[in-house]
Design a protein around this ligand. Structure first.
Ligand code: SAM
Length: 258
């Protein structure tokens, strides 16, 4: 199925996917909100457990590829508990600004508390925002990042268009997201892990198997590397490329606005 995997059912109600379920488009955002309300408090612990800490390396690599410099303006959309924001805050320094934006207040609050506890104050703004309709001026940010957020968005192309609008000419977008493993063998092992072990881990640690079942399903429904690259180009991004990380389990897509 192509991206946005949007269908129209017989009664013409526009539908989309929520994991493997087909749901009415206008229901998806609140279903995603329930997932992140439920996992917010245990989100960081689960990330470390599920990825055996490897998500830190994926995020470190994203920072390295971002080219963020002192004094710049950065938007970390779907920033959740703020792992990228924390690193950007140090990189942009007191003359720069980082906006940690997320649609979900529970995730934003966990992120804000964590960053304040680490003494990261003064150059971070916290904004509740939908990636599909960003409440920022045109040509505003030097760099936008979105880590593990895009697959949860109802209309992914709208989000990419909106990000394009708020980037300055010369600015870049980096999307770090689960993707399609490059080898069939890795896919098999990964499926086994995702559908058999992950929900059990979610049940044990966060008392919530369903959200982690959604996680596994939403990854399978996300556009593959080439499809997402095409969506970047449709939004207007140039010099688009991607790099597979951990055999394509995750991909880092990059595009520039000129
Ligand atoms: C898996 S978490 C990723 C958090 C963080 N970026 C990280 O890498 O740890 C996905 C985040 O996307 C947010 N999200 C989902 N839909 C969104 C939307 N339409 N606009 C903005 N954020 C959204 C969720 O609330 C959640 O915090």
């Amino acid at each position: 199925m192509s991206d946005n995997q949007t269908n129209t059912s017989i009664d013409k109600t526009p539908t989309t996917h929520f994991g493997f379920q087909q749901v009415e488009k206008n229901q998806k955002a609140s279903m995603v909100a329930n997932v992140f309300d439920s996992v917010a408090a245990k989100y960081d612990v689960m990330n470390d457990l599920m990825s055996m800490g490897v998500h830190r390396l994926w995020k470190r690599y994203t920072i390295d590829c971002s080219g963020v410099r002192n004094g710049q303006k950065v938007l970390d959309i779907a920033g959740g508990t703020g792992d990228l924001t924390a690193k950007f805050s140090r990189l942009v320094g007191p003359k720069g600004r980082v906006t940690l934006a997320d649609i979900n207040l529970s995730m934003l609050k966990v992120g804000r508390d964590k960053l304040r506890d680490r003494g990261l104050v003064g150059n971070i703004d916290y904004v509740q925002a939908d990636a599909e309709a960003l409440p920022f001026p045109d040509n505003h940010f030097d760099v936008v990042t979105m880590a593990f957020g895009l697959r949860n968005v109802t209309e992914k192309q709208n989000a990419l268009n909106s990000i394009y609008r708020v980037l300055k000419p010369g600015g870049r977008l980096l999307v770090l997201e689960f993707s399609k493993p490059a080898s069939a063998q890795l896919s098999k092992i990964y499926d086994m892990y995702s559908f058999h072990i992950l929900p059990k881990m979610g049940q044990l640690v966060a008392n919530d198997a369903e959200s982690y079942q959604y996680l596994a399903e939403s990854i399978r429904m996300h556009p593959d590397q080439e499809t997402l690259k095409g969506m970047f180009e449709t939004a207007g991004f140039e010099q688009c490329d991607y790099q597979n990380l951990t055999g394509g389990i995750v991909a880092l897509h990059r595009g520039y606005k000129f």
